[in-house]
Write a protein that binds this ligand. Structure first.
Ligand code: SF4
Ligand code: SF4
Length: 401
């Protein structure tokens, strides 16, 4: 049964206050975009009965700033994504869209080839040098995310963990599994230090976020059904699913239900936690291991949009500060990359314009390290400022050494 938190039922609540428009970073960056009120609630009000598509809908990055600004609880960004999926029912995807939406499929193919990651990384280097990405419709200025030589899931059996009665399942998402397995390793170390054994469930799919934003809604639905079934299976065993990727946690906790309705997505969401949210709960229960090396560094923290949307505060900043670190939030808005948005050739300039304030803040370099919980935010900060951030869980893992 559906309830009124499903996005399609929220459009009618729009008061036309324009709060969403004032908060939209894309609207601020490009005057051609007519903005969230028109592409979201205006279309949502019609419950998708009309045939027309607002042409500038393609500019929405799904950053969700509009949802957070809306006083009426309109799921503006998800209405946009539903409407975008309508568009692709009658319009073919480009090759670039197919590529950026199906990172999980590509990584699986590469992992089947001997030295596939190395060959692929070399190929991406040549592709960039020869301007091939640009010709495909991708942002040729960027480095594509490099594949780790061994995925996290393949490395995982080599990790020795204490056997304990307390367990969590790690949802790695694609980026941590294929590109930044060190984040998964750091997560295991932190959870072990807190008395938890970490499990992996190879039956999980990509959360589906890249599919949703690229208009592959039917495929995203298959991922949602599979992942929710797996989460509910773990829930029946009393084992939580935890992820250090803020876009994955938002998708599993909120977006599945907003997109597709059905109680099962709410029920599954109750068993999903962001990594630092989980650690903060342990802290509240006096079950957090505070036996860590004092952190003496100063961190500049870029808070991902998709963490802000979870309304769970800043658990990573709180925990690092309690361990002695100084954490300053960058307060420079969206980084601009928004998942695969900034990897599109036609969105690259917008993405960099949105991120400019953050890049300038990072370039002040008045800290020891930049931290951010989102993998593509970290890529964007590195690309725009030359300074490489890390995930806050890596800092915490070091402190448990
Ligand atoms: S999701 Fe972001 S880009 Fe899209 S309309 Fe909302 S604020 Fe603008
Ligand atoms: S902020 Fe909400 S209520 Fe105001 S115009 Fe946007 S969608 Fe409508």
């Amino acid at each position: 049964m559906s309830d009124k938190t499903q996005a399609i039922f929220t459009g009618d609540r729009c008061l036309s206050c324009t709060g969403c428009m004032a908060s939209c970073p894309v609207m601020a960056a490009i005057k051609d975009y007519c903005g969230p009120k028109l592409v979201g609630p205006a279309h949502g009000r019609m419950h998708f009965a009309q045939e027309d598509i607002e042409a500038t809908l393609e500019f929405c990055s799904n950053c969700k700033s509009c949802d957070r600004a809306c006083p009426s609880g309109v799921a503006v960004s998800t209405l946009n994504m539903l409407k975008r999926a309508e568009y692709y029912k009658t319009h073919p995807h480009t090759q670039a869209e197919d590529m950026i939406a199906h990172g999980e499929r590509m990584a699986k193919l590469i992992r089947k080839i001997p030295f596939g990651a190395t060959v692929s990384n070399l190929g991406m280097g040549f592709g960039k040098a020869l301007n091939i990405f640009d010709k495909l419709g991708l942002a040729g200025e960027r480095n594509m995310p490099a594949y780790a030589s061994t995925s996290f899931k393949n490395f995982f059996p080599r990790i020795t963990q204490p056997t304990t009665g307390k367990k969590v399942v790690l949802f790695t998402g694609c980026f941590i599994n294929d590109n930044e397995p060190q984040v998964g390793k750091a997560f295991v170390k932190v959870m072990n230090a807190n008395g938890y054994e970490v499990l992996i469930d190879k039956a999980f799919n990509c959360c589906g976020s890249p599919l949703v934003v690229t208009g592959y809604l039917d495929e995203a639905r298959q991922h949602a059904d599979n992942n929710a079934a797996r989460i509910l299976e773990w829930k029946s065993k009393g084992i939580s699913v935890v992820t250090p990727c803020t876009s994955c946690s938002l998708m599993l906790k909120e977006e599945y239900h907003e997109l597709f309705g059905e109680d099962k997505f709410h029920e599954a969401a109750e068993n999903v936690y962001d990594a630092f949210e989980f650690l903060e709960i342990l802290q509240e229960r006096k079950a957090f291991n505070e036996n860590l090396k004092p952190l003496k560094q100063k961190f500049l923290y870029h808070v991902p949009c998709h963490l802000k949307s979870q309304a769970i505060g800043l658990p990573a900043a709180n925990i690092l500060e309690e361990a002695g670190a100084k954490v300053q939030t960058a307060d420079a808005g969206c980084c601009g990359i928004s998942g695969n948005y900034g990897f599109r050739k036609d969105k690259y300039e917008i993405s960099m314009k949105i991120g400019a304030k953050l890049f300038e803040r990072v370039k002040q370099n008045d800290f020891d390290k930049v931290i951010s919980d989102c993998g593509t935010c970290r890529m964007q900060i590195h690309h725009g400022s030359g300074i490489k951030p890390c995930h806050p869980i890596e800092i915490l893992a070091e402190a448990y050494s």
